[in-house]
Design a protein around this ligand. Structure first.
Ligand SMILES: [Fe+2]
Length: 312
């Protein structure tokens, strides 16, 4: 059966990228190799550790009752609140014991194909640097707080951990079909901004939601956004917003359901039928949708970020 990934592809070494694949040109710093890994994790100053602690405390005011239980359990299993930026080696040892994953430091956003390769090997690349007090509320590039606090707890869930690995393998197939944009939408609406049903209530498991206080409230409770049950085919045709709150969130029933929906799909067929650009606007509700809440889109209609609109 054709699936999400190339069955014959080996990821033991970084595979050669097909020559006709377009990827964003990123300048590799001189001190990192082809794998983009930092030789070691940064040593953080006391001020930087305090930034982690303050970000951690702020999120913990907001997340109980809003974050998925798998996330909260992951935070506890890895003891991420013990003070200061976590030590990657120590955290990886525990994570390896739980699900066979590790966390590796990278200097900045890394090229897609290298990112996919690390995921395919159950390595999660995390930004080495931490934001400053000046950029405490919003940063464009994911830092160690977003990457470790937001993403790593979910990697303690065995099914979600498998999904992430499959996603990495799937990236190589998407590149060959030149459909990275579509696969990127799946990442966005699950790994970054995913919601899950727990006892009929939505909870967040996406790192983009969990690493910021405003979106954590907005995604779970606000009346503006749509909340729609995840359908992989539909999500991969849907545009998304990078630098503002999402007009639509997609909801899964369980991580098993997410895993099954992706791994059992014939991605070759899907990529052949997907147009190169998105079909649906990020606020659209379409006929096939199973809608949990239809949003008012008030926040978006009032102008979103930069307009002083309340995230209601
Ligand atoms: Fe992220």
């Amino acid at each position: 059966m054709a699936t999400i990934a190339e069955p014959e592809q080996s990821f033991s070494v970084l595979p050669e990228m097909p020559a006709d694949v377009f990827t964003a040109p990123l300048k590799r710093p001189d001190h990192v190799g082809e794998d983009w890994l930092e030789p070691k994790q940064t040593e953080y100053s006391a001020q930087e550790d305090a930034i982690w602690d303050d970000l951690f405390a702020r999120q913990m005011d907001v997340l109980p009752g809003r974050a998925a239980s798998a996330f909260i359990e992951g935070l506890e299993k890895l003891d991420l609140g013990k003070g200061g930026v976590p030590d990657f080696a120590q955290m990886s040892e525990e994570l390896d014991r739980l699900t066979g994953w590790s966390v590796v430091p990278v200097p900045m956003l890394i090229p897609d194909h290298v990112f996919f390769w690390h995921l395919a090997n159950r390595r999660f690349p995390a930004g080495n640097f931490i934001r400053t007090r000046e950029t405490f509320d919003y940063i464009q590039e994911p830092d160690v707080f977003h990457d470790v606090f937001g993403h790593v707890p979910m990697l303690t869930d065995p099914t979600f951990a498998d999904y992430m690995q499959e996603y990495g393998k799937a990236g190589w197939k998407a590149m060959r079909y030149n459909r990275l944009k579509a696969l990127g939408a799946l990442y966005w609406y699950t790994v970054e901004f995913g919601l899950i049903l727990e006892n009929d209530e939505v909870r967040a498991y996406g790192a983009g939601i969990l690493s910021g206080p405003t979106e954590a409230r907005f995604a779970v409770e606000a009346t503006s956004p749509n909340r729609i049950m995840l359908n992989v085919d539909r999500v991969m045709r849907t545009d998304y917003v990078i630098s503002d709150l999402q007009p639509t969130y997609f909801v899964i029933e369980s991580f098993e359901d997410l895993y099954r929906q992706t791994v059992e799909r014939d991605f070759d067929r899907l990529y052949r039928s997907l147009p190169p650009s998105f079909t649906y606007a990020n606020s659209a509700v379409i006929d096939v949708d199973h809608v949990v809440n239809r949003g008012t889109q008030e926040y978006l209609l009032r102008g979103g970020r930069g307009s002083n609109a309340d995230p209601v």
